[in-house]
Design a protein around this ligand. Structure first.
Ligand code: TXE
Length: 487
């Protein structure tokens, strides 16, 4: 059976290669994290499908790259409209597949998917410019040329949203795309492929191969005919991909994990701080940017903890389709066990768990209670490793120096949240923090024109605005001499 019905939508379970649906002889089973409902048997791609997809994208490249930003933009803007027309379907589909809140998908995530496509299409048409440089009468003209086939490998925590951060600029640059979504969340990418067809995007320009990272993903990333690899996921997988890319020197963009600090200073608005801290449980903690290490000045630690607890205890855990729910299930049994393993090891070490710390037995399934670990031992696993679940740590500091040492003291550098009531103080702190994105008295707001990415082990490169095009395109400098013209 090559179609399944999810949330009223007909979803093809096969790959989308060269504008055609292609099945694999092998499949794997996809279930919903909400209640284990069987969703379908998904084509399990391997070497053959990876090679076919790259070949299709390679064939489609000359015509797509020759179209130019304006003509590509017309098709991409139509695609953005189709996403908007299908927000409800996409929202329900994604919620069934990855268990994130339906209300977030409806209000924020799926509209953002459309915006990702529209923004980069318009940016390529109107904004992708650089001033020319003059050197001894010679003019240096900078331009962005399409580079070839871009392989995009994406995770399961915000499947279509994260994929379209890459698809938007890659297609707008004139590259053709092979997307491999995460095996646990294959459905929205498949539905999206149908929308690209409806939008009139030529066959082969956008391809989707389903399956496992170590199988189809490994072949794609080692392929000699690709020009770019963009990956969002874990640090260990990024290392494997970097090795795969090395033989061909394929440029890679990596957006990886984090263990970001949320710093609460003595001059902070503590209600705001508590609200921001509780937001770090969003998406059941499966957010790379989460400020999972709450660092509080000791003078306000008790008052802050009380406000945090008040709010955290009000969080409602349950079915993500229920509009009242704040925290849904984890994505998959494997991931649930990973989270539980972190917490169990922390308990065994004698760390103080002051909230949660166990599965939610009333709900059963993949629901893990929002958890808080108080004053974990510096350097211990729970305070240094990315748990990627609803598990926060709280530690105190005495001075700014100590706060900065703690904040910068992991191998990651993706994000940081600073809560302070004093602008000069906040500025002094943000100047010293090592992170790709810092939010001051806020969280999760980002303009698509601004760069996004991680420092240290949290990533390589930046996405957003020109930074995306710097990666997906071949940036070219054409130096024009004042001499030699027959004028
Ligand atoms: O990630 P993987 P997993 C972190 C988070 C989580 C941990 C493990 O800490 O607990 O990673 O999650 C594909 N060649 N993040 O195991 O393996 C894979 O099929 C090519 C942070 O799910 O990194 C999927 O499409 N591709 C994060 C994608 O890589 C390969 C989001 C991500 O999977 C591959 C997700 C290979 N050899 C997890 N092996 C974030 N930064 O937001 C796997 N893949």
């Amino acid at each position: 059976m090559s179609f399944i019905e999810v949330a009223g939508a007909k979803i093809d379970t096969r790959h989308y290669i060269g504008g055609q649906r292609v099945a694999s002889s092998q499949t794997y089973t996809n279930t919903s994290p909400i209640d284990g409902t069987f969703l379908g048997e998904i084509s399990r791609g391997g070497e053959v499908e990876a090679n076919e997809a790259v070949a299709a994208a390679k064939r489609a490249f000359p015509a797509w790259s020759a179209l130019g930003p304006a003509k590509r933009g017309e098709l991409l803007l139509r695609l953005a409209e189709l996403v908007e027309e299908n927000i409800e379907t996409l929202a329900q589909l994604e919620t069934m597949d990855n268990g994130s809140l339906l209300r977030s998908h409806r209000r924020g995530v799926m509209p953002r998917v459309a915006l990702n496509i529209r923004f980069f299409a318009e940016w390529a048409i109107n904004e992708l410019k650089h001033e020319s440089f003059e050197t001894r009468g010679h003019t240096n003209n900078i331009s962005w040329d399409p580079s070839g086939v871009a392989v995009l490998i994406t995770p399961w925590n915000a499947p279509l949203m994260l994929a379209t951060w890459k698809i938007g600029p890659a297609l707008a640059s004139g590259d053709t795309v092979v997307l491999k979504p995460a095996e646990w969340t294959p459905l929205s990418a498949s539905f999206f492929a149908d929308l690209t067809k409806q939008a009139g995007i030529p066959d082969g320009v956008f391809n989707v191969v389903q399956g496992f990272g170590r199988e189809v993903g490994a072949v794609l990333t080692a392929h000699p005919d690709i020009a770019r690899i963009s990956f969002t996921g874990s640090v260990p997988t990024a290392k494997v991909i970097a090795h795969a890319a090395a033989d061909n020197l394929t440029p890679c963009s990596f957006e990886l994990g984090g263990k970001s600090p949320l710093l609460v200073f003595a001059d902070a608005d503590l209600d705001l701080a508590a609200e921001l801290a509780v937001e770090q449980y969003d998406n059941a903690g499966q957010v790379c940017l989460s400020g999972t290490r709450i660092l509080v000045h000791e003078d306000v630690a008790d008052a802050f903890a009380e406000k945090f607890r008040e709010r955290a205890l009000k969080l409602k855990q349950g079915d993500p389709r229920d509009p009242e729910t704040d925290i849904g299930p984890q994505i998959h049994q494997v991931h649930f066990d990973r989270i539980k393993g972190f917490v169990d090891r922390a308990k065994a070490e004698g760390q103080e768990i002051v909230m949660g710390g166990e599965p939610n037995d009333e709900l059963g399934g993949l629901f893990f209670k929002p958890t808080l670990v108080k004053n974990p031992t510096p350097g211990s696993e729970i305070v240094t490793a990315e748990v990627f679940g609803p598990v926060l740590c709280m530690q105190t500091f005495k001075t700014d120096t100590e706060a900065l040492e703690m904040a910068n003291g992991t191998e990651f550098g993706l994000a940081a949240v600073v809560v302070s009531g004093d602008r000069d103080h906040a500025k002094r702190i943000t100047d010293e923090l090592v992170a790709g994105t810092i939010w001051v008295n806020c969280f999760f707001v980002r303009d698509l024109r601004a760069p996004f990415g991680g420092s240290k082990k949290s990533g390589v490169g930046r996405e957003g605005g020109n930074w995306s095009f710097d990666f997906y395109a071949d940036v070219k400098n054409t130096v024009v001499s004042p001499n030699g013209w027959k004028e």
